[in-house]
Design a protein around this ligand. Sequence first.
Ligand code: HEM
Ligand code: HEM
Length: 315
Amino acid sequence: MKRQKSQKAGGVLIVYLLFFMVFGSINIHADEIQKAVYMEIEGSESVAYLVKEINSLEKPYNYLIGTTTFPAIEILGVMAALGALAFGLLHGFGRFLAGRKIPLFLEEVGKDHIYGWITRMGHWLNALTVLGLLGSGFIMHYMGPDHLSGYIHNQLGYFLLTQYILFLIYEIATGDIKQFIPQLWEIKEGILKQALFYAIGIFKREEHPYHMKKDNRLNPLQKPAYFSIMFGLMPVVVLTGFTLLRPDIMGFLIGWIGGLENMKYIFILHLISAFGMLAFLIGHLYLASTGDNVKQHFEVMITGFHRIYKYRLKD
Ligand code: HEM
Ligand code: HEM
């Protein structure tokens, strides 16, 4: 049993490394192209980055990172991120006040194993990569591209693409994808019940309506939320990013949007999805703190174990 487990772990690691090697080798090639573009602009004050033919593609880009902005997208994007932040701060303050008004004692009555190491490792690698992409991406967007953030963004871009492909393979091959799909009863009543809990019950210090189980770990609201992030937003950000990085490979998509002069639409989509990722991450960080206590959900994603509590009123 132990041997089977370690063989499985070894297999996953090898697949991971193979993927990384394949994408890594393409990356060396892409990096050379990027380098050529960077050299063109070295020393010049106005950044002509990307306003140049890349590889065998003939027409120039009509988009300057750090210079071309779209006020409507900037405003909506920043508002979405600030909205998520304001929600977290207000809701969190409400919970803090409720905690003082109705002090509870949480008695630990058990512990369930929920997450295996592959999901946990995958999640934290994904989280770190997305954080790095957000940092380097928005530095480029607001301050113009520079060698370091361009380089970091490109490397992490390949890394995220690799991880995402592995995630899809894992989810489909193991059938874990079912965990993200709400059942009929959840759509009919579960989502509403969970939403009402976040809106009202949590401030009355009621118990969570649904509890984590290994084969059904996400609550009815988390399922559609995580589904739309992992199978909606992620593919958009990864595909548009890859198209910006390797337009030569993604020629079919570029042909479809009407050629390189329309590349700005890919940039716009990449930017919108980047803002989406930022807003999601802020909301996600806050909502992850709404377990029975603040650390419960962070702990389960670190150790794999979910602590089960019984609520008692403090005398
Ligand atoms: C969560 C994931 C990601 C975020 C938040 C993000 C964010 C950004 C942002 C904000 C920009 C600047 C865009 C602009 O000024 O209009 C950018 C540019 C870019 N992104 Fe991403 N990105 C992500 C993933 C990726 C991925 C997966 C790839 C590649 C596979 C990628 C490749 C690029 C490229 C090539 C550029 C143009 C600048 C450059 O050549 O370095 N991005 N990204
Ligand atoms: C610093 C960054 C992050 C932290 C601290 C964090 C924390 C957590 C925690 C504590 C959980 C546990 C369960 C729960 O939601 O209640 C979780 C689950 C999850 N997180 Fe994150 N997260 C981060 C970034 C991300 C990013 C960038 C993504 C996706 C783009 C993501 C996607 C998910 C998904 C899909 C789950 C559910 C996992 C499953 O049950 O399969 N997280 N995260």
